[in-house]
Write a protein that binds this ligand. Sequence first.
Ligand code: HEM
Length: 196
Amino acid sequence: MGCTQSEFVSLLTNTLNSTHINRYKNTEQAELTVNQLDSVKSTWKLIKNHKDFGLMIMERMFLKNSEIKHKWIFAKDLNTEEEIRKNLQTIYHAAKIMEMFNKLVNLYDLHKPNDFKEITHLGKNHFDYGVRPSDFEHFEECLIYCLEKEINDDKLFDIKTKTSWKKFFIKIASKLTEGIYLAEIDELNTINKCIK
Ligand code: HEM
């Protein structure tokens, strides 16, 4: 026996947590200004060792956000800086994130339509890993913290630069979020078909 249309809509609404849809929903007002994008691009160039920077983010993620650490199944027994930095799957995720950021920072162009299909697809994969939009808030905190620490200069990484990076991350996270919701809707549709 299937659920009615209104039961399905209510199931969907309950599943999607509106607080987090709001933070990472893809809105035009979240678009960066030319100066903001320049500031993201120029500060990204200051990050010389991407491998190490990615690991710095993962380290903060695992040490300060233990409530979501289990989403990286391989991370559950990683408790020290040394364990985190030596773990091959952590190194893999750190490298993948850095590759993605590097690509997005370099290709992002305010004067051309940007193709975010790859990042939306990545969001769909992350749904399968159990990642939910609220997890990106933790990621955002770690990213900003690590940028500030690595750049280590109040004038280069001032409040405006921080705001630019937050906006840039919101852009990425909103596309990942879109992928997560598309995957979630697919799953709910499949469940709905199965119970009919
Ligand atoms: C914040 C929460 C996040 C969690 C819990 C998470 C979790 C994961 C997991 C479990 C994997 C699979 C790893 C493996 O197969 O060994 C993965 C892969 C990956 N992640 Fe994340 N991730 C997060 C955020 C991000 C962000 C912000 C990005 C980049 C923008 C990213 C980019 C990637 C890429 C490129 C891969 C490999 C490709 C793929 O599996 O499709 N992740 N992530």
